[in-house]
Design a protein around this ligand. Structure first.
Ligand code: HEM
Length: 392
């Protein structure tokens, strides 16, 4: 490994991984330890076919997924919770959609993103986190958690120290609320805490463990939705600078942003048994990872992979492997509903408005994933002209 890699990794993680891949001839390459902000190591499967084989291989998914770690007792509970939270969000889509116009109208004309995007998503989901009328201050603490860097990891150490205080108070308040609700169980789950409680029997999980799981799911929803929305806004604005509305459907913008800048950095699998990939045998315990960015930029499988082209999604050809939500047994339980939240949010932001950005930088920042660097989004009203409405 060449010296100074940490600085290069910090400066531009995606350029760094691309460079590492270009320098490698083998299908599997060594991954450096990225430091506390982007820990990794082990091996990266850079060959797209082998990567997909790994992610689909049932033998590599025998235990629980890394996503939940030790937070749930077994794989069945993990799958059940993923499905239950997805069901809750899906049922909440009409409410989310209805909340968007007013929330977007209340945004500043010029706002600093990604923070503004995080608040936008949160405000439209807030009635599920926890529901209105919940006593004990957990709703207010959740709001503070969003503003104070608990939902999405902030870049500076002092911000993370402050976030830690809010996080601790939030977990205590949610644990107390979990205790209350266990004494008076609800019928149908009405928010995420009810949903988490449905899969956490009191005999197996403490109130505190429920609160930790609730926080983990909250972050697992907020952080990638906010980052993907921010990439969508940023990339589309940079590629369409005129005053007219964007020429692409929002669905194509979201798909292409998640291809061009997928938020997950690596999808890791710790081997349960020896696996042979690209002629090398990896022993049990080894960490093998797949980098969505590398697969999304494979020149053999994608047409013009380095260009941001929402129009590519209008047709079926020229598409390679697409894994912003992972692939195989551990893939994202909330992929479809996340995509809906993103397209709905983008549609609301662009409805009768033109967007422009200043201070943009398309390099990813190093965090728990490939997150966008701060920029300012300017949103100005757009009045449809005769040309736009087709009355030429
Ligand atoms: C843009 C937003 C999102 C992105 C990019 C994203 C991405 C991912 C990725 C990459 C994984 C791991 C896949 C793997 O290791 O192969 C994952 C797992 C998961 N995601 Fe998402 N996710 C998003 C939103 C959501 C939402 C809204 C939910 C709510 C239901 C959710 C629930 C889950 C769950 C439960 C898992 C664990 C799946 C398992 O191990 O069975 N995600 N997500």
């Amino acid at each position: 490994m060449r010296s100074g890699y940490r600085a290069r990794l910090r400066r531009d993680p995606l350029a760094f991984i691309e460079e590492l891949s270009r320098d490698s001839t083998a299908g599997v390459m060594r991954l450096p330890w990225g430091g506390m902000r982007l820990p990794w190591g082990g091996w990266c499967v850079r060959d797209s076919e082998s990567a997909q084989t790994l992610l689909r291989d049932p033998d590599c998914h025998a235990g629980g997924s890394v996503f939940f770690g030790e937070l749930l007792p077994d794989r069945a509970a993990q799958v059940e919770l993923g499905r239950a939270v997805r069901g809750l969000l899906r049922a909440g889509v009409p409410h989310y959609r209805a909340a968007l116009p007013e929330t977007v109208a209340a945004l500043p004309v010029s706002g600093r993103w990604p923070d503004t995007g995080t608040r936008l998503v949160y405000r439209c989901l807030a009635d599920l986190l926890p529901r209105p009328g919940t006593p004990g201050g957990s709703r207010e603490l959740m709001r503070q958690a969003v503003h104070g860097g608990v939902a999405v990891r902030p870049p500076h150490v002092w911000q993370r120290a402050r976030a830690e205080l809010v996080r601790a108070r939030l977990v205590t308040a949610v644990a107390e609320e979990a205790h209350r609700r266990r004494r008076q169980p609800a019928g149908e789950p009405r928010d995420m805490l009810d949903t988490v409680l449905t899969v956490c029997p009191e005999t197996q999980m403490s109130d505190r463990a429920v609160a930790d799981l609730h926080l983990m799911m909250f972050r697992a929803i907020m952080a990638p939705v906010s980052a993907s929305l921010t990439w969508s806004v940023l990339l589309a604005c940079l590629h369409h600078t005129g005053a007219a509305p964007w020429p692409w459907p929002t669905d194509h913008v979201v798909r292409e942003a998640m291809r061009h800048r997928p938020v997950p950095w690596m999808l890791g699998r710790t081997l349960q048994r020896a696996v042979e990939l690209g002629g090398t045998v990896f022993p049990p315990g080894e960490l093998l990872s797949v980098c969505p960015y590398l697969l999304h930029h494979d020149e053999r499988l994608w047409d013009s992979p380095d260009a941001f082209l929402p129009e590519r999604w209008a047709g079926d050809s020229g598409h390679g492997p697409y894994i912003p939500f992972g692939m195989g047994p551990f893939s994202c339980a909330g992929a479809a509903v996340a995509h809906t939240l993103l397209t709905e949010s983008l549609a609301a932001l662009t409805n009768h408005a033109c967007l422009a950005v200043t201070g943009a930088d398309t390099r990813a920042a190093m965090s728990e994933g490939n997150v966008p660097r701060p920029f300012v989004l300017h949103r100005s009203p757009h009045h449809p002209s005769a040309h736009d409405t087709g009355r030429g």
